[in-house]
Design a protein around this ligand. Structure first.
Ligand SMILES: Cc1cc2nc3c(=O)[nH]c(=O)nc-3n(C[C@H](O)[C@H](O)[C@H](O)COP(=O)(O)OP(=O)(O)OC[C@H]3O[C@@H](n4cnc5c(N)ncnc54)[C@H](O)[C@@H]3O)c2cc1C
Length: 386
C-alpha cells in the first residue's frame, strides 16, 4: 500500500463501494478494505439474497436525527437505487409486502458494485490501524506499517457488528481523534437475553410465534423466536434498535379476544393461537391448569389477559457477534447532510453505518449506506470540477 491520492475511501462495504462507483473518473482515488474481498456483509445479507431497500423508506424507521437523514434519502431514494442496480443487470423482487430482495442473490449486487468501482485503485486485504492528519490531508497507516496519503478521506468503515466479517473501531477512533462526538454504540437488530424470571422461555427454544412487541410508543407485530440464549426473530430484532435498559411489553396473543373463548367446551391450550408447547408453558407459568374453557374462573381469565401485556426487562442483547447493525456512531451534528463532509475537518467525510443513523430490518440500512455514499460522491466530484 502506497501512493498519493485525491481521495482515500476507508472501507469496502456497501457505502465505500457505492462511493467508489460514482466518482468522477478524473479523480485519483483508492479504496482500502481489510478483507480480501469487498462487500462481506452484502454477501451474507438477507440470507444471501440481499434485501436492498424497502417500498416504504421513511425517517421514522431510522434511529437518528430525522432532519439529517431526510434530505439524504430524498435526494437518493429507493427508485434511484433500484434503477441504478437494474441498469447494471441486478434484478429485484418485492417480497414480504415491502422488501426488495435480489433475484440473483447477493453476489450479483457485489459484482455490479465492483464493476462500477473498477476505475478506482484498490488495496484489499489491507487493514488500517491509524489515520493521521497531515498538512496536505490524511495519512493512512496499515497493520504492516505501510502508508498512503490522500487529500481527502471518506470513512466508510461501518459499525462494530460481526467482527468476523471485518468490523473494526477505526472509523469511530478516527472521528474521535479529529474531535467528533461519538454517540455511544450498541448492538442492534439483535436478540435479547433474559433475566431469571423468564428462564421458562428457555424450555421453548426453537419455537416461533407471532407477537406484538412494544418499546415506548413503538410497536412491531411479527415473528418472535424463542432461542436458547433468549428471544429473537424480526419483532425482537426491531425492538432491540429502540430498547434501552428497562421493560418491554410483549403481546403473545395479538388480536385475540379472550372473552370470546369463555363459553367454549374445548381445552384452553387447543384454542389459544399459540404453538402447543408455548401454550402449555405459559399456562404452567400462569398456574392455570389446562381444561375446558367454560370451567375457568374469573381470576384465571385475568391472569391469561396478562399475556396481552407481558412485561419484563431483558438482561441485555446477544452482543456484536450476532447483531446485524450497530446503533450510535459518529454524531451527525457535525456532518453536513448535503455533502457528508465533516464540519470540523474539511476534506473528511463519513458515509454509511459508521454514522449515528440506524434503520430497522427491511433494507433500510443498505438504502442509507448507498444514499449517503451517493451524496458524498456528488460533493467530491463537484469539488474536482470546481
Ligand atoms: C448478517 C447481516 C445481514 C444483514 N442484512 C441486511 C439486509 O438484508 N438489508 C439491509 O439493509 N441491511 C442488512 N444488514 C446491515 C448492512 O449490512 C449494513 O448496514 C451495511 O453493510 C452498512 O454498510 P457500510 O458500508 O456502512 O458498512 P460495512 O458494509 O460494514 O462495510 C465496512 C467495511 O469496512 C471494512 N473495515 C472496517 N475496519 C477496517 C479497517 N481497519 N481497515 C480496512 N477496512 C476496514 C470492513 O471490512 C467492511 O468491509 C445486514 C447485516 C448483517 C451483519
Amino acid at each position: 500500500m502506497s501512493g498519493h491520492y485525491d481521495l482515500a475511501i476507508l472501507g469496502g462495504g456497501a457505502a465505500g463501494l457505492m462511493l467508489a462507483a460514482r466518482l468522477d473518473p478524473s479523480l485519483s482515488a483508492v479504496l482500502i478494505e481489510g478483507n480480501r474481498e469487498p462487500g462481506a456483509k452484502i454477501a451474507v445479507s438477507g440470507g444471501g439474497r440481499c434485501n436492498l431497500t424497502n417500498a416504504e423508506i421513511r425517517t421514522e424507521r431510522y434511529r437518528g436525527d430525522a432532519s439529517f437523514i431526510r434530505p439524504v434519502l430524498k435526494r437518493y431514494d429507493r427508485r434511484w437505487l433500484l434503477e441504478w442496480f437494474r441498469q447494471r443487470g441486478v434484478k429485484t423482487r418485492l417480497e414480504k409486502g415491502s422488501q426488495y430482495f435480489c433475484v440473483d442473490r447477493s453476489p450479483a449486487v457485489i459484482r455490479a458494485l465492483k464493476e462500477a468501482a473498477s476505475g478506482v485503485d484498490s488495496f484489499y486485504g489491507t487493514r488500517i490501524t491509524k489515520v493521521e492528519k497531515t498538512s496536505e490531508g490524511f495519512r493512512l497507516i496499515s497493520e504492516g506499517g505501510k502508508s498512503l496519503q490522500a487529500r481527502r478521506l471518506a470513512v466508510a468503515t461501518g459499525g462494530l457488528s460481526f467482527p468476523k466479517l471485518g468490523a473494526s473501531a477505526i472509523g469511530l477512533e478516527t472521528a474521535e481523534s479529529f474531535g467528533h462526538r461519538i454517540v455511544r454504540p450498541a448492538p442492534a437488530l439483535v436478540g435479547l437475553t433474559l433475566q431469571p424470571a423468564q428462564s421458562f422461555f428457555k424450555s421453548l427454544s426453537g419455537v416461533a410465534t407471532e407477537a406484538e412487541i412494544r418499546v415506548g410508543d413503538r410497536r412491531w407485530r411479527d415473528r418472535l423466536l424463542f432461542a436458547h440464549r433468549g428471544i429473537s426473530g424480526p419483532a425482537v430484532l426491531n425492538a432491540s434498535l429502540w430498547w434501552e435498559r428497562g421493560e418491554i411489553s410483549v403481546d403473545f396473543l395479538p388480536g385475540v379476544e379472550l372473552l370470546r373463548l369463555r363459553g367454549e367446551k374445548k381445552h384452553l391450550s387447543s384454542l389459544l393461537p399459540l404453538p402447543r408447547r408455548a401454550a402449555k408453558a405459559f399456562l404452567e407459568h400462569l398456574e392455570i391448569a389446562d381444561g375446558p374453557c367454560h370451567r375457568l374462573i374469573v381470576s384465571q381469565w385475568k391472569r391469561l389477559e396478562g399475556l396481552h401485556d407481558y412485561r419484563f426487562a431483558p438482561a441485555g442483547t446477544f452482543g456484536y457477534s450476532k447483531a446485524e447493525v450497530t446503533r450510535g456512531g459518529v454524531s451527525t451534528e457535525e456532518v453536513d447532510p448535503q455533502t457528508m463532509e465533516s464540519r470540523r475537518v474539511p476534506g473528511l467525510y463519513f458515509v454509511g453505518e459508521v454514522l449515528d443513523v440506524t434503520g430497522e430490518l427491511g433494507g433500510y440500512n443498505f438504502q442509507w449506506a448507498f444514499s449517503s455514499a451517493a451524496v458524498c460522491a456528488d460533493a467530491v466530484n463537484a469539488s474536482v470540477v470546481g
